[in-house]
Design a protein around this ligand. Structure first.
Ligand SMILES: C[S@@+](CC[C@H](N)C(=O)[O-])C[C@H]1O[C@@H](n2cnc3c(N)ncnc32)[C@H](O)[C@@H]1O
Length: 275
């Protein structure tokens, strides 16, 4: 019998399966092993060379995704907006979201990164605004959320599992999910084949690259994603960093009608405007 769960709108929706057994465990072990590098990369400490460029690219991506969730920096702060930061790592984006007024649940599978995220939250006096939980973010308890943000997580999953990840959280999300995928450009696909995509010490075991437009189209074609539509789309490319931001927006059960419109007009999938 298919597993179902009750969505925010009270209807029963199928519950997509977990990632392949061992996948999340492998990712946990990979990031646990390299937690010191992630902590440093996401800290204020000076880094040089490749890592400085990665950091600059990530900063642009974080600003893009946060802008989609919270609106323009100049706009009034959406006090208390409930945001899930799925795969929050050491909490860099969670604390930025909370500093702008959001109420954040960060979920992370690697224990050392969870510990660092909690330390940062404490040090910044943001414990009233952020809960950091250890576990599988696609099964995060504690919703519903107004929005979910999944930055630089899904490219560790094959496209079908990445779509399952999003579809599992969607019933708990009221307005939008913003996330990134690894864009399959001819250059990146070539670099990945020859092993030059990341510096050796930072290289993930497998990186799954997709065509962003095709990924969103196939995600939204799933029966369990009824009521969601494509939103904005933006590539962020910097030396040693390439990631593609996508947004999906809840429109209502019939799949027609407008989104809540808070963050401006939705673009057709594949409107891949470079920033
Ligand atoms: C590349 S890091 C990005 C961290 C953070 N989102 C950021 O951009 O600063 C990917 C993170 O996702 C976490 N992750 C991957 N799959 C996860 C899952 N199913 N549940 C929780 N965390 C996950 C990893 O442990 C890792 O910390």
């Amino acid at each position: 019998m298919a597993v179902t769960r009750t969505s925010l709108t009270g209807t029963q929706v199928p519950h997509p399966p977990r990632a392949e057994p061992g996948r999340v465990e492998g990712i946990r072990a990979y990031f646990e092993d390299r937690s010191d590098r992630w902590i440093r990369l996401t800290s204020g400490e000076e880094v040089s060379g490749v890592r400085a460029r990665v950091r600059a690219g990530r900063a642009r991506m974080a600003t893009t995704l946060m802008g989609w969730v919270l609106g323009d920096e100049a706009a009034p702060h959406p006090d208390g907006l409930r945001v899930l930061d799925a795969g929050c790592g050491p909490g860099e984006v969670s604390v930025r979201l909370a500093a702008r007024g959001a109420r954040v649940t960060g979920v992370e599978v690697a224990p050392s990164l969870v510990a660092t995220a909690r330390e940062r939250v404490e040090a910044l006096g943001l414990t009233h605004r952020i809960d950091v939980m250890e576990g599988d973010a696609s099964r995060a308890p504690g919703g519903p959320w107004d929005a979910a943000l999944v930055m630089d997580v899904l490219f560790h999953y094959p496209p079908g599992e990445a779509a399952d990840f999003l579809a599992r959280m969607a019933p708990e999300v009221g307005s939008r999910i913003v996330f990134t995928v690894g864009p399959r450009t001819p250059l990146l696909a070539f670099l990945q084949r020859v092993g030059g995509l990341f510096p050796r010490s930072d290289r993930a075991p497998v990186l799954h690259l997709v065509r962003p437009r095709a990924f969103v189209e196939s995600l939204l074609a799933r029966p369990d994603m009824k009521g969601w539509t494509a939103g904005r789309s933006r590539r962020v490319s910097a030396p040693f960093y390439a990631s593609h931001a996508l947004e999906i927006v809840r429109t209502g059960l019939d799949g027609a009608g407008g989104a809540d419109g808070a963050d401006g007009p939705a673009a057709a999938p594949g409107a891949e405007g470079a920033p």
